[in-house]
Every structure is written in structure tokens, then in C-alpha cells.
Design a protein around this ligand. Structure first.
Ligand code: ATP
Ligand code: MG
Length: 734
């Protein structure tokens, strides 16, 4: 079998072969990124089918995303000894898809209620019915609360209710669950929970499943939550031919209930379990593998392992230090376009990874403006369209035109805390003033309470005053005068995730506005990108096709790309500010009475999860890796990510020439001149791009690169490497 595999170009190494040949009993393969865990799982499927005479329907393969499951089936189909009917009978699915399939076969007829937008509308409706403002709790938060509860095998009745907010959320969610029951619907989270309860209550059903699946295999085991793990254990019994593969260093779904301790627990639960480690990375060259090792070795809570690269050579990771996220986007997009136009690469070779989905604002805008094909694996919504941000933009719009009816309508919740009341008001206004009237007419309404009139007049004064401001100052004023207060004052916005997110988005809005010197140009820009986004949404983004991939690091798990750009590798972005905040507050918490050890533990856990994210990101790259650390993040100075710096230090410690490197020093001085010009101003098609690139000449330096497209920024070369102070050497990529 292995010879046939080799004839097909698959040369497995010894431990990989041992894992593939493993036949009966539990097996744990714990190994670093790119070491072939998924490949082994696939090859073992072929082995069991063609050598061990197992039938395809006896196999169950579980993974995390539909993309991964589809890839698995495709790769299995190509193996020697596997025929088409095997593939069609094989269960290689995500947890959800498999258990839904199971429930359907049991006669479950409920419709899946999965469309996020409809869930949100329903939740808002329920809030209104309960007399809560429609925007009282963000639907995202409500759904996460419910989902987390179910992942731990609880129901809505198990939710806490010690604070008013908790009681209100519970009441909303109770009605949400009731609505689903009444309308014969279930959502994705219900699928696993219902399956679990069914299997527990009906032993015959469980034993049928156990009879059917003789072999169970789970990929990305480190990210299983309690409920998924229970299900797997139940089905695998009594044979326990259970193979799990994973990497504790890639646990990045803790917020989703993933517990890497399950890996340790696995060995306790199955004392005889075979354990195979793989330590050769086949994905990337030695420099990238070394960087991954250098990053993750600083985590305390992990099983120590060091990966080695199978390949002897490969390109060095390159580090960029743009001034802002906009300049970052420009440098990368310039580079990609130049590579594609020179015929060296296709768009689909590139992936842009970022920590938070809100970090792709600059990138999305630029790609839209330049008409470059991309696929966004996120929500596909622009910052300006977000329901919390659009009212701020609409204040700017009103400063230009106080008759903008849509804008008036949209700012109502910020005036009334309750959109419905506001709409009532507007309707009455319309009755008096049939034409769409300016905001000021609201004041002429009969029966307007005094305090409301005062508030409204203040707001009108504010809007009037904005007109002459530059946009960033206008936004700051809106925030200062009422918006931050609006958020703070609204008790129900206490859900911290929400407040944090809002603050981040507002900061990002300011960062975007900073590029414009009049409200009109800013609004024109927003309209332009919004329209383009709408257009690209309508034209339907197909998975296929030659497109740059944009995704959060979370979504990139298990995937690989020829060229990876990790953007936003700066303090406050990665590690995320929330983790830094936890770290900063841990001592203060101890004063406030809670245990300082507990606070420190949580802070460490948060930081270590951030580091794992950095590790996952850099290990996605097959050939080239760019790491970009903007010097400013939303208006504030941002150092290079500590994860990169500590990795440089490890690299420098093992470097040959002592004394010649000064890792981490002087990165403050690294500056690339910000292009004031609007990105849109530069047409890109139809001309050749020259991208001057400066590389560090330091022999033992991990390498630093500066790129600047199409300009005469030769003076940059006079700045030394920010890592080791060596001179920079210029080369040009056309
Ligand atoms: P991750 O932790 O990111 O999920 P992984 O451990 O699942 O990674 P794979 O995706 O299976 O790793 O493999 C990484 C790359 O290495 C793939 O391109 C795969 O084809 C290749 N690969 C795996 N094993 C070998 C081998 N023995 N020889 C050559 N290439 C291999
Ligand atoms: Mg994998």
C-alpha cells in the first residue's frame, strides 16, 4: 500500500506510516502545524479500506469546517484503492453536518433556523415584545451566550440570573427557544444537543450507531468542546477504535468551549492509547518553521515540541513596518498586483490573515476601489454599514444636508434610546409636514416634552457645528458629546464584548476619517466603497475563481497558502487589546478583592491564546510569509507585536555572530512615509509596477523588509534595520 502511495507521489515518513497502519484501539497523534496530521488521517482511511478490508460505511471522519470536510473527501478519492462508491458511502463531515444527517434519519423534521439575519430580527422582535428597547442586547451576544451554554450540555434554563441583565437576557432567550419550538425549527447548536440527548435516552439508537461505525477519526481535536467530545466518546464505544489528531498549540477556540485538556484527558481515559508524535513540517521552509517554533516556545502551558522543516531551503519571512493600516494595505496590494502582473503568481495564491474581522477595513476598501478580485470569508459588511456605526456617519451626512430623511431615521435611536418612539414622532411629523422635512421640524411638533426639545436642539446645534470641521474631529465631537455617553448610559449595553467592539469600531472609523480633510470627501468615499461592496455582494462571490483570500486567523485553521500576509502584527491588535487589558488589570483586581492568582491565571491564558493565534497564522504559509506591524493603530502608537520580538530574540540567541544583532532595538525609528494621497487616486491597471524593496543586510538578523510602491522613497534606505541596525540593501521587484 505504501509503495502504491509513493507511486502516487505521497512519501510518508516512519511515524506517519505507524499512525496510518494503526489498526485497533485508541490513537492520539499530537503534532505541530503542517506535520501531516490531516494527511495521515486521510491516508489511514485509504489504508483501512484497501488493506484492512474495512467497508467505507464503517468509517466516520469528523472535522471542523465544510471546506476541510470537502477537501478531505477530494483527497481520499485520489488515493490508491479507493473507488467512487467508497467515497459516496464514507461519512467525512463536520460535527454539525453528521449529527444533522443522523437526526434526519431518525425522522427529525424541524427546519434548520440558521440565517443569522433572521435570528437577529427575531431576537429584536422579542426584546420589543418584552418592552426592552430593540437594541437592548446585541443579538450576537445573546446567541453566543446561548450557544456556549449548549456546548456545555445545558439548556436555556441553566443560564445564570443573578443580575438584571442576566435575567433579561434569559427571558429573551427563553422566548427565542419557545418561538423555535412553536414554529418547528431548530438552530445549529440544537443539533448536537438533541443528538446527545437522544443517544442518552435511547440506548438502542446508540448501539446502532456503535455497530455501524467501527472506526472514528477526529481532526483538529484540540478544538473540540465538551459536547462534541462526549458524542465522539459515546459513538466510539465499545471498540474504541478512535483516532484523534490535533495540536495543543493550535487551540484557538477557547471562547467556543474548546479545551485542550481533553488531549491530556484522552490518555487518562484510554490508558492503553497509542501516542504518536510527528515532528517534521512539510508545509514550509526552515525559516518559517523556525519562526513558528520561536513564537510558540514562549507559552508556558503547553507540551513542549519542536518542529523541523523537511525542506532544506525556503524564503525568509519578511517584516514590514507601515505607518498605518491604510499604508499596510497599500503596500501589500501593490505587491500582489505586481506579482500577478509579472505572471509570477495568481491572486488565489495569496491569503491575508488578521486577528479580528474589524481589522480588514483598509484592505477591503482598497481592493474594492482597485477592482481586485478577493473573497472575504467573514460577514462581508463594511464598517460604515454596521448598525452601531452608521448613525455616526449619518450625523456627518446631516451636517451636509439636514433634509436627509434616511439619515434622520437612522439617528433616532440615539435621540430617543428607542427607535419606535422616534418613528412615532417622525410619523406625526410627516402628518403635519407631508414632504420629507429637515430635522428641525421635529421641534415644531405639538406635545414635544421640554427636555426632549432641549436635547434635540443640542443635537441640531452639534450637527450644524460639524459642517466646517474636518471629519476626524467631527467624529470625536459626536463621540464626546453624546455617543460614548449613549453607550455608557445604556445599562443594558453592559455586555462587555459589545462595548469593546463598539469602541474599536469607532476608533477604526476615526482612523479611516483621518485621511480626509472634508466631510464631503469622506462621505463621497464611503458612498463609493459601499456601492462597490453592494455590487460585489450581488454579483455573488463564488468560492472558485482567482481571488485573494481574506480571513480571520480563526478561519484559516488547517489551511495552507503559497503566500501569507499576516497583517496587524502589532501590540493591541495581536495580542489583542483585551488580552493586554486583562494583563494590566490583574494586579488591580487583587486589590478589589478577587483572587490575584485567579486574575493572573486568566490574564496568562488570554495572552497564551493570542500567541497560539500568531503561531497558527505564520504556519499557514507554504512559500512566502509577510508579517506587517503597523506603527500606529487607530491613532495610537503601536509597537511590533511581542510575539514577533520574542521570536526574533530566540532567533538571535541561536544566531552565529554574537554582538552583531540588537534584536528589538530601535523599531521605533522604522518609519515609512505615509502617502497622503487617496489610494483611489492611483489607477493601477495597465501599467507595470515597480516595487522597491529594502532588505536588511545583517547576517544573523531574522530579516526586515521595507516595501514602497511606485515612489522615489530612496531616503528610506538610509534608515537602518529596525531589528539589528545593519544597513538596508535595495532591490527592485517589477
Ligand atoms: P495543520 O496543523 O495546519 O492542520 P497538518 O498537521 O494537518 O497541519 P497537513 O495539512 O496534513 O498537516 O500537511 C501539511 C502539508 O505537508 C500538506 O501540503 C501535505 O500535503 C504535506 N505533507 C504531509 N506529509 C508529507 C510527507 N510525508 N511528504 C511530503 N509532504 C507531506
Ligand atoms: Mg490539519
Amino acid at each position: 500500500y505504501f509503495r502504491r502511495l509513493e507511486q502516487g507521489g505521497i512519501h510518508l515518513n516512519k511515524p506517519q506510516i505507524a499512525a496510518v497502519r494503526h489498526h485497533l484501539g485508541p490513537l492520539l497523534t499530537l503534532a505541530g502545524a503542517g506535520s501531516g496530521k490531516t494527511s495521515v488521517l486521510i491516508a489511514r482511511t485509504g489504508y483501512l479500506l484497501s488493506v484492512r478490508g474495512v467497508t467505507a460505511s464503517q468509517l466516520l471522519l469528523l472535522t471542523f469546517s465544510n471546506k476541510a470536510a470537502a477537501e478531505m473527501r477530494e483527497r481520499i478519492a485520489l488515493l490508491p484503492g479507493v473507488n467512487e462508491s467508497d467515497v459516496s458511502r464514507l461519512q467525512a463531515r463536520t460535527f454539525h453536518s453528521f449529527f444533522l444527517y443522523f437526526l434526519r434519519r431518525q425522522g427529525l423534521q424541524q427546519e434548520i433556523f440558521s440565517e443569522t439575519r433572521r435570528q437577529h430580527i427575531l431576537l429584536k422582535q422579542i426584546m420589543r415584545e418584552l418592552g426592552l428597547p430593540k437594541d437592548a442586547y446585541p443579538p450576537e451576544t445573546l446567541l453566543t451566550v446561548l450557544s456556549t451554554c449548549k456546548m456545555n450540555m445545558g439548556t436555556v434554563e441553566d443560564l445564570p440570573e443573578s443580575t438584571i441583565a442576566e435575567q433579561e437576557m434569559k427571558a429573551v432567550l427563553r422566548l427565542y427557544e419557545q418561538w423555535k419550538t412553536d414554529h418547528f425549527k431548530i438552530d445549529f447548536d440544537d443539533v448536537l444537543l438533541i443528538a446527545y440527548q437522544m443517544l442518552k435516552d435511547r440506548p438502542r439508537l446508540l448501539s446502532d450507531l456503535q455497530e455501524r461505525f467501527h472506526y472514528v477519526m477526529v481532526d483538529e481535536f484540540q478544538d473540540t468542546n465538551a459536547l462534541q467530545y462526549e458524542l465522539v466518546k459515546m459513538i466510539a464505544q465499545p471498540r474504541n477504535n478512535l483516532m484523534v489528531v490535533g495540536d495543543d498549540d493550535q487551540t484557538i477556540y477557547s471562547f467556543n468551549g474548546a479545551r485542550s485538556e481533553f488531549i491530556l484527558e484522552f490518555e487518562k481515559l484510554y490508558p492503553g492509547a497509542k501516542v504518536i508524535t510527528l515532528d517534521i513540517n512539510y508545509r514550509s521552509g526552515p525559516a518559517i518553521v523556525g519562526l513558528g517554533n520561536g513564537i510558540i516556545r514562549h507559552n508556558q502551558r503547553r507540551r513542549s515540541k519542536t518542529l523541523q522543516a523537511a525542506r532544506g531551503t525556503g524564503s525568509q519571512p519578511r517584516y514590514l513596518r507601515p505607518q498605518t493600516a491604510d499604508e499596510e494595505a497599500e503596500q501589500m496590494v501593490d505587491f500582489i498586483v505586481s506579482e500577478v502582473e509579472a505572471g509570477r503568481r495568481e491572486y488565489r495564491d495569496f491569503a491575508m490573515l488578521y486577528r479580528a474581522s474589524s481589522s480588514n477595513r483598509a484592505l477591503l476598501e482598497l481592493l474594492l476601489l482597485r477592482d481586485i478580485p478577493y473573497i472575504d470569508y467573514g460577514e462581508g459588511q463594511l464598517l460604515y454599514e454596521h448598525w452601531l456605526i452608521s448613525p455616526v456617519v449619518d450625523h456627518l451626512r446631516l451636517s451636509l444636508n439636514r433634509r436627509n430623511f434616511a439619515a434622520i431615521e437612522n439617528i433616532l435611536p440615539t435621540l430617543y434610546m428607542n427607535r419606535e418612539k422616534g418613528m412615532d414622532h417622525i410619523r406625526r411629523m410627516e402628518a403635519i409636514q407631508p414632504k420629507q422635512g429637515p430635522l428641525i421640524h421635529l421641534l415644531s411638533l405639538p406635545g414635544m416634552e421640554d427636555f426632549k426639545a432641549v436635547k434635540l436642539r443640542e443635537r441640531l446645534d452639534l450637527i450644524r457645528g460639524l459642517r466646517e470641521q474636518i471629519p476626524v474631529l467631527a467624529i470625536r465631537q459626536i463621540r464626546k458629546q453624546f455617543y460614548d455617553y449613549f453607550i455608557e448610559a445604556n445599562e443594558r449595553h453592559q455586555a462587555t464584548l459589545h462595548r469593546e467592539t463598539l469602541k474599536e469600531m469607532l476608533d477604526e472609523l476615526e482612523a479611516s476619517a483621518e485621511r480626509f480633510d472634508s466631510i464631503q470627501t469622506f462621505i463621497d468615499f464611503i458612498d463609493n466603497v459601499t456601492e462597490r461592496n453592494e455590487h460585489s455582494r450581488q454579483s455573488g462571490l463564488k468560492e472558485q475563481g482567482d481571488r485573494i483570500a481574506l480571513m480571520t486567523i480563526h478561519k484559516s485553521k488547517g489551511l495552507e497558502f503559497p503566500v501569507v500576509f499576516l497583517i496587524g502584527a502589532s501590540e493591541g491588535i495581536l495580542p489583542h487589546s483585551s488580552a493586554l487589558e486583562a494583563d494590566r488589570l490583574k494586579d488591580r483586581k487583587s486589590v478589589a478583592g478577587s483572587s490575584s492568582a485567579a486574575a493572573a491565571g486568566l490574564a496568562l491564558a488570554a495572552l497564551e491564546e493570542e500567541r497560539r493565534l500568531a503561531y497558527v497564522a505564520v504556519t499557514r504559509a507554504r512559500e512566502e510569509l509577510f508579517i506587517s506591524s503597523p506603527a500606529r493603530h487607530r491613532g495610537k502608537k503601536a509597537d511590533v507585536s511581542r510575539f514577533m520580538l520574542s521570536a526574533f530574540r530566540s532567533a538571535a540567541a541561536t544566531a552565529a555572530a554574537p554582538g552583531s544583532t540588537r534584536p528589538g532595538s530601535g523599531h521605533r525609528s522604522a518609519a515609512v512615509v505615509t502617502a497622503k494621497a487617496l489610494p483611489a487616486a492611483r489607477a493601477t491597471t495597465g501599467r507595470t509596477h515597480t516595487v522597491p524593496v529594502w532588505n536588511c543586510t545583517g547576517a544573523s538578523c531574522p530579516g526586515w523588509t521595507r516595501m514602497k510602491a511606485g515612489g522615489a522613497e530612496d531616503h528610506l534606505a538610509s534608515k537602518p534595520c529596525p531589528l539589528c541596525n545593519s544597513p538596508m540593501e535595495k532591490s527592485t521587484r517589477v
